[in-house]
Design a binder for this molecule. Structure first.
Ligand SMILES: NCC(=O)N[C@@H](Cc1c[nH]cn1)C(=O)O
Ligand SMILES: [Zn+2]
Ligand SMILES: [Zn+2]
Length: 476
């Protein structure tokens, strides 16, 4: 049977089973596998076990890998969730594709401003709302649904598949790098290609393939002023307050143009070459839609090319929160004794994490010297993940382009991604093989945000592209 004939059967089969796929995603979303909440670790473990059973039902040989402990507050330690290593097929005549994805999600609560319960998948107007629907439970299940569809159609699977599914991605992939290094000559040794579906299109209509990611360095800025919280009427105006120092420090990090104010940060950033500048011109990107998706009036940069460059190839610094600060309703007049500011820097070629760590440390020390405050201040790199850039002309990208055309009838844009998948570079280094980012979600999916969703059409078409991709890979 030709590829085209099989595609027609496969696509129809997938369409006929849409309800089952939605139910499966609903089951996955109902497990609140938030990696950032240590008290939810049992839910992350439940998600790992649920996925393991599903894989085993599909005939995937599964091994759970213990990756050690995580240090949490006050010197306590908890188990990191096991990493799922799966093997499906072992035919030496076939190519082997390693699929990476993650089962953990960002925190979510109705009180954050969700219109629906975040851990109840809710269908509205062709959209499936729920935490993890697009990041990354929907894409992970899409791969599994495709394997199931081939089985139900009695079609031999065209490639061998290996799975690496982790559950700490949203917390910097703790433990995974060491595991992959230890698997270089075993589990990873026969991998031909690595593919990751954990990112989003640049718009709502046009598919893309991505060949770059920014890295991330997440910092904790710790300020302590006293041995206990204090009454601001009794002590206000007489002591150096922790929050005052912290706010002052945090306000020295980035200006209103998004420019990072830490000395030396831009020194290692790769210069923009004329050839690279040309790459941005043909990319379809609607700046108005970008603003409306973010719910903002305007962006810092005006031109499409400038916005994309600041999203993909320049570093950025974001302030995320302050632990220990009063954030409830009403008025509390306490001076908190200890606050921790959270900020992250997205890093790009050719920045080095070690250099950045030193520059941040020096910057904080310098500002504190100027402030003449006696408070205890320290800054710590909580986790760091490298940037990654690949060759979009690799045969794997050509295969994915053909698969995209078979489903969408158009060539995908070749783009980069401003977010981070910290382990991507490690996969490239430990396998020595090409890594492809194959996003299936739309730009307005709202990953990490309130009302995260996955469009049913993207779920369905995403599976079709994945199904066709396996056939194209088999031809290489
Ligand atoms: N879908 C990828 C993603 O959301 N990645 C996270 C990774 C991360 C690292 N530290 C905290 N989160 C991202 O924020 O880009
Ligand atoms: Zn993700
Ligand atoms: Zn994410």
């Amino acid at each position: 049977m030709s590829n085209n004939d099989f595609n027609t059967r496969l696509f129809k089969h997938l369409d006929d089973h849409q309800k089952d796929y939605i139910q499966r995603l609903s089951d996955a979303v109902s497990i609140p596998s938030v990696s950032a909440w240590p008290e939810h670790r049992h839910e992350v473990v439940r998600m790992v076990d649920w996925t393991k059973s599903l894989l085993e039902k599909l005939g995937v040989k599964v091994e759970l890998s213990d990756v050690g402990k995580q240090k949490i507050a006050d010197g306590k330690e908890i188990d990191l969730p096991n990493v799922i290593l799966g093997t499906y097929g072992n035919d030496k005549a076939k190519k082997t594709v390693l699929i990476y994805g993650h089962l953990d999600v960002q925190p979510a609560q109705v009180s954050d401003g969700w219109d629906t319960e975040p851990f109840v998948l809710t269908e509205k107007n062709g959209k499936l709302f729920g935490r993890g629907s697009t990041d990354d439970k929907g894409p992970v299940l899409s791969w599994l649904n495709v394997i199931e569809a081939y089985q139900q159609l009695n079609e031999p699977f065209p490639v061998n598949v290996k799975f690496c599914l982790e559950s700490m991605e949203e917390y910097g992939s703790e433990g995974l790098e060491d595991l992959l290094k230890s698997l270089k000559n075993t589990f990873l040794s026969d991998v031909d290609f690595v593919v990751i579906s954990d990112s989003y299109w640049l718009g709502k209509e046009k598919p893309c393939l991505q060949y770059g990611l920014r890295g991330i360095c997440y910092f904790f800025l710790d300020v302590e002023c006293s041995t206990k919280d204090l009454h601001s009427g009794c002590f206000g105006g007489t002591i150096h307050e922790a929050m005052t120092d912290l706010i002052a420090l945090m306000s020295t990090l980035v200006d209103d143009q998004g420019h990072i104010l830490i000395d030396g940060v831009y020194d290692e950033v790769a210069p923009l070459l004329p050839e690279e500048e040309q790459l941005y011109k043909p990319i379809t990107f609607d700046t108005k839609a970008y603003c409306s998706e973010a719910g903002v009036e305007k962006t810092i940069q005006k031109e499409k090319e400038q916005i994309l460059m600041h999203r993909w190839r320049y570093p950025s610094l974001s302030l995320h929160g302050i632990q220990g600060a009063f954030d409830g309703v009403g008025c509390k007049t306490v001076i908190p004794r200890h606050v921790i500011g959270k900020f992250s820097i997205r890093i790009v070629p050719n920045m080095k994490i070690a250099t950045l760590e030193k520059l941040v440390e020096k910057h904080i020390q310098n500002i504190m010297k100027e402030r003449k405050s006696p408070n205890k201040v320290s800054v710590k790199l909580e986790h760091g993940g490298d940037y990654w850039v690949a060759d979009p002309n690799n045969p794997q990208y050509i295969a994915a382009r053909k698969a995209t055309v078979a489903v969408h009838g158009i060539e995908p844009d070749l783009t980069r991604e401003g977010g981070s998948i910290p382990i991507t570079l490690t996969f490239q280094e430990q396998t020595g093989k090409n890594v492809l980012l194959l996003p299936i979600g739309a730009s307005d999916d709202g990953a990490h945000s309130q009302n995260e969703k996955f469009d049913i059409i993207n779920y369905m078409n995403g599976m079709k592209v994945m199904g066709a991709y396996f056939q194209e890979i088999a031809k290489l």
